[in-house]
Design a protein around this ligand. Structure first.
Ligand code: ATP
Length: 354
């Protein structure tokens, strides 16, 4: 079992803070995903937890013990990286058993454990192969089995699926989630892919420029993004974000005339605002009937539905529509916004307004 806490953890290189005073608590058996764009400090945070990087300040606590000065090998955790770092001259069984060899376990005990771990990731039939004779997904599972075999108290995974093709990634995602539940080992997982974060996480930790932006369950960050950055980052297709001004309960922006938003924002201050509407909460109407007038820019067929992009002044809004929606490019349409589902952010700070 493992609980992990970061207390105002900072990592600087010179004047640059790659991780800036991050505090968070991870519960035993929790699956936590660190999510953010490239360079936001995800990997550095994980490497500090692993003991591969020293924190400049702050405390890293595992199971109640400050581990800042504990070497990586004594932290009892297993890491899985994007490049699986398998030994090419060893068989699958030898690769999986290797951590136990380092620990000095007997040959028979090692192979027994390796077979058990291989079974968990459905690799039993490939134990005698070498890494060069495996597909990307199979190599990834060898790396996973090698982490499992150690029975660590904590798993750290850094973009372990990013080298796989889209279909395999989706399949491995479900397998990984199932496995984590089965093994009940606290897991920290780094990705820049919001779909991966939404699907895998018990809680998502969103970072930007080394700073913590929000921590919450996938639905919490989806339903109540704390700022404009998160609103635009979580969700596929992303939330439509309209910058403009609010005055007397009316929203105006270039190409959008005084859109009445009665009661949508109790206590809202007038001034600069960003209104957010997910594509599911915008509907196509006849041109004269909607809140906003525009022209169809593109229609993308998805099979289960269609995405219709509509231009209104400088804005482009994406609408989730039925697959057989009868609209064509350049056609004039109206858009109506579902009032109760709108998000409002401060136009200056980007913070969510309540
Ligand atoms: P990615 O998704 O691209 O891996 P990340 O969120 O994991 O990004 P980090 O690898 O944690 O980002 O890097 C955070 C910042 O720290 C980046 O701006 C990076 O350039 C910088 N950085 C990382 N390692 C070093 C180093 N050894 N020296 C100086 N700067 C570094």
């Amino acid at each position: 079992m493992a609980e992990v806490s970061l207390r105002e953890v900072t990592k600087r290189w010179g004047a640059f803070a790659a991780v800036d005073s991050v505090s968070l608590d991870i519960a035993d058996r929790e699956f936590v995903v660190f999510l953010g764009p490239s360079g936001c400090g995800k990997t550095t945070t994980m490497r500090m937890i692993a003991g591969l990087e020293d924190a400049t300040s702050g405390e890293i606590v595992i199971d109640g013990r400050v581990v800042n000065d504990v070497p990586a090998r004594d932290r009892d955790l297993a890491m899985v990286f994007q490049n699986y770092a398998l030994y090419p001259h060893m068989t699958v069984a030898e690769n999986i058993a290797y951590p136990l060899k380092v620990r000095g376990q007997s040959r028979s005990a090692r192979y027994e454990a390796a077979r058990g771990a291989a079974r968990r990731v459905e690799l039993e039939d490939l134990l005698d192969r070498r890494p060069a004779q495996l597909s990307g997904g199979q190599r990834q599972r060898v790396a996973l089995a090698r982490a499992i075999v150690r029975e660590p108290r904590l798993f750290l995974m850094d973009e372990p699926l990013s080298n796989l093709d889209a279909k395999l990634r989706t399949a491995m995602r479900a397998q990984l989630k199932h496995l984590q539940r089965e093994l009940a080992i606290t897991t920290i997982y780094v990705t820049h892919d919001q779909v991966e974060a939404m699907t895998l996480a018990d809680r998502i930790v969103i970072l930007r420029d080394g700073k913590l932006q929000q921590i919450g369950s996938p639905l919490e960050v989806y339903d109540r993004p704390a700022n404009v950055f998160i609103a635009g980052f979580i969700g596929n297709p992303p939330m439509n974000l309209l910058e403009g001004t609010l005055a007397d309960g009316r929203f105006s922006s270039e190409g959008i005339d005084a859109l009445a938003l009665p009661g949508a924002l109790p206590g809202a201050r007038d001034g600069r605002v960003v209104v957010g509407a997910r594509p599911d909460h915008v509907a196509l109407t006849a041109p004269e009937e909607g809140d906003i007038r525009g022209t169809v820019y593109a229609v993308e067929q998805l099979g289960e539905g269609a995405l219709v992009t509509v231009e209104a002044g400088p804005h482009r809004l994406v609408v989730s529509a039925a697959r057989n929606t009868p609209v064509r490019e350049d056609e004039a349409v109206g858009l109506s916004l579902e009032r109760e589902a709108l998000h409002f952010f401060d136009g200056d700070t980007g913070e969510r307004r309540e």
